[in-house]
Design a protein around this ligand. Structure first.
Ligand code: NAD
Ligand code: UDP
Ligand code: UDP
Length: 356
């Protein structure tokens, strides 16, 4: 009997190829673009653990081989060094499209002369990856009939005028600012995803809008606030708070996010879905949590803020709760220590316990 996709073949008996979570079924062939990055590598761990065959596609722009090295030698794991801006031929059932140069330090620095070409180079990379890369992965999904999940971002809401942010909010984005390559790149990626879906070219698409996420394997020096504060506290440097520190963010632990992404992929709803932890903190409050967790004597230093910095951000996750049965479980004070031990090892080496 002929099945249109390997996904259907693997899951015959389930109407529309839907597989209830927790039901044992044949392993799927899954691509994770950006799978050598922070979020991607945690997702890969979960997919491998449930018996899927996983292909990681990554150009190592911000990702690292070390994040997935523990799967080398596993016949269910494959790592391809490839830039998604170039076409790619694979036969797969599901595509988790995470690839995106995601570290803010590169697009947030002031474009003064010495770094302007680097700035241009980086933003061009973000655009090409979000536009051409997403187009290619949609083309791949269309050709093989795979499910496609886009990891978009809370940045599509820009500097939001609605608080907390609901998925129906269209956002407040500066199209010509220093962060625009990222915000607008992701907005375009969402548009492309919905266009391929509406054109009936990719039947099953999913969109996640991810809010600030932290955890082990985060880039140490990528300039995000949690990684900065933790690394600074461990290195006995002052914690750098930008602006007055009253701006807010809501921080999600990475395992909660991965659970949400998998539920979204396996579920029946396109989205977009906000995936984030509604626990909201000012940057000064975050600095205090880091002090409590690592070093009560850590100093706080105020620095000028970057342009177009969103004043507040907090997800409304009603939709994900209702339709995916998902909500985050790990509050900041519980998740932060798990990240700190990983950072300690990476900053000081494996004998850090004897030499804090
Ligand atoms: P990350 O930088 O650790 O991972 C991104 C990965 O994509 C890296 O391994 C990088 O090498 C790879 N990549 C970049 N451009 C590529 C290209 N052209 N071809 C192939 N691979 C490429 O970042 P992350 O935090 O793990 O983010 C994963 C996804 O989640 C991204 O799409 C990001 O926009 C989204 N997201 C993350 C957060 C967060 O707080 N971590 C928040 C919102 C959205
Ligand atoms: N593509 C790809 N892998 C595939 C199928 C397509 O990388 O297995 C790329 C293809 O090179 C194209 C893009 O995806 O640039 C969009 O493909 P689509 O078939 O939708 O459009 P077209 O090829 O007609 O432009
Ligand atoms: N921030 C800070 N100190 C730092 C790095 C960032 O106070 O060392 C602030 C930044 O200005 C922003 C917030 O922390 O208001 C979150 O920044 P991040 O780059 O982590 O995420 P995003 O702005 O993309 O939400």
């Amino acid at each position: 009997h002929h099945h249109r996709t390997a996904f259907e073949a693997a899951n015959k008996g389930f109407v529309g190829g839907k597989v209830p979570l927790g039901i044992k079924r044949k392993g799927l062939r899954v691509v994770v673009t950006g799978g050598a990055g922070f979020v991607g590598s945690h997702l890969v761990d979960r997919l491998i653990a449930r018996g899927d065959s996983v292909i990681v596609v990554d150009n190592f722009f911000t990702g690292r081989k070390e994040n997935v090295m523990h799967h080398f030698g596993n016949p269910n794991f494959e790592l391809i060094r490839h830039d998604v801006v170039e076409p790619l031929l694979l036969e797969v059932d599901q595509i988790y499209h995470l690839a995106c140069p995601a570290s803010p330090v590169h697009y947030k620095f002031n474009p003064i002369k010495t770094i302007i070409s680097l700035y241009y180079f980086f933003c061009r990379g973000v655009h090409k990856t979000n536009v051409v890369g997403t187009l290619n992965m949609l083309g791949l999904a269309k050709r093989v009939g795979a499910r496609f999940l886009l990891t978009s971002t809370s940045e599509v809401y820009g500097d939001p005028l609605q608080h907390p942010q609901v998925e129906t909010y269209w956002g407040n984005v500066n199209p010509i600012g220093v962060r625009s390559c990222y915000d607008e790149g992701k907005r375009t990626a969402e548009t492309l995803t919905m266009d391929y879906h509406r054109g009936a070219q990719v039947e099953v698409v999913r969109i996640a809008r991810i809010f600030n996420t932290y955890g082990p394997r985060m880039c140490i020096d990528d300039g995000r606030v949690v990684s900065n504060f933790v690394a600074q506290a461990l290195r006995k440097e002052p914690l750098t708070v930008y602006g007055d520190g009253n701006q807010t963010r809501s921080f999600q632990y990475v395992s909660d996010l991965v659970e949400g992404l998998m539920r979204l992929m396996e579920g029946e709803h396109i989205g977009p879905f906000n995936l984030g932890n509604p626990g909201e903190f000012t940057m000064v409050e975050l600095a205090k949590v880091v002090q409590e967790t690592i070093d009560p004597d850590a100093k706080i230093e105020f620095r000028p803020n970057t342009e177009d910095d969103p004043h507040k951000r907090k997800p409304d996750i009603t939709r994900a709760k209702e339709l995916l049965g998902w909500e985050p479980k790990i509050p900041l004070r519980q998740g932060l220590p798990l990240m700190v031990s990983d950072f300690r090892k990476r900053i000081f080496g494996d004998h850090s316990d004897a030499n804090p």
